[in-house]
Write a protein that binds this ligand. Structure first.
Ligand code: DGL
Length: 281
């Protein structure tokens, strides 16, 4: 396999919160970020549609030379990862790999929660998929899991309203709803990569004794561990310390919005189309 960058995919800007941690953890590696900003949000979309869009994105990142793709999106990880790994990858290229971000997040929970009551704040798609409760049950059957869908949160971030006064109403609404369903929760997973952008407000409306889990560090540690256990894959990744950006929106729109999430980082995105014809059969 020709060496190439690590592909990072998200439905929009949220994956940038993961990319930052990956770059800090693996500063010598090259990264290629793809945001499907023109079709975000994925959260309310059906399994079928999220799978189709995600498969198009994965195939595009492979065509751009990525030997390894991280789905830096919980919704895509919940709804598309398994099918892509089990059905599509063997047909496209069995040497390439696609990894998600739910499993590394779940692995962290065993030592984080004391009450053994965990809340998941995520998109409607991720909550409906039951991916978090199912994964948690496999590893920590004693943990009680409550999921709360927050359908307005991704649009707040994507529309530049993350720090606006109007956002507070929607943030508080879902934290209160989650805690009224299970008052014993001591750990809340921000189960959507967009949510770290809302962290200050989420923290403000969450009681101080409850810890908030942001995924970035856990995903970065997990990827570093994966690469140390798979030296062949690591050897097929280029090391130049660069990051390039692709977006299905206009390059200007992406540059302006991404600058808010990655201040001090020069971003020169390129527009790309993900079309039906790119879909995996
Ligand atoms: N950032 C994505 C996630 O982690 C979801 C965003 C969306 O709804 O498109 O789930």
């Amino acid at each position: 396999m020709t060496p190439g960058p690590i592909g990072i995919f998200d439905s929009g800007y949220g994956g940038l919160t993961i990319l930052t941690h990956l770059r800090n953890r693996l500063p010598e590696h090259d990264f290629l970020y793809l945001g499907d900003n023109a079709r975000t949000p994925y959260g309310p979309r059906s399994f079928e549609v999220v799978y189709r869009f995600t498969a198009q994105a994965v195939r595009t990142l492979f065509e751009q030379g990525c030997p390894l793709v991280i789905l830096a999106c919980n919704t895509a990880s919940a709804k598309a990862l398994r099918t892509i790994q089990q059905i599509d990858l063997p047909k496209i290229d069995p040497c390439r790999r696609v990894l998600g971000i739910i499993r590394p997040t779940v692995e962290s929970l065993g030592t984080l929660t004391t009450s053994r009551h965990v809340g998941i704040l995520a998109t409607a798609g991720t909550v409906r998929s039951l991916s978090y409760p199912l994964e948690i049950k496999k590893l920590f059957p004693d943990i009680v899991v409550t999921g709360e869908a927050c359908p307005m949160w991704v649009p707040l971030v994507e529309n530049g309203e993350a720090t606006s006064d109007g956002a507070d109403y929607f943030i508080r609404q879902h934290i209160d709803a989650l805690l009224s369903r299970d008052p014993d929760i001591d750990t809340i997973v921000l189960g959507c990569t967009h949510y770290p952008l809302l962290y200050d407000k989420i923290r403000r409306y969450t009681p101080a004794h409850i810890q908030l889990v942001r995924q970035g560090d856990y995903v970065a540690d997990s990827l570093a561990d994966y690469l140390s256990r798979h030296p062949d894959m690591d050897a097929s990744l280029t090391r130049g310390g660069t990051t390039r950006y692709l977006t299905t929106e206009s390059a200007d729109t992406f540059r302006n919005a991404a600058a808010v999430f990655l201040p001090d980082t020069p971003i020169h995105p390129r527009h790309i189309s993900l079309t039906e014809s790119d879909a995996v059969d």
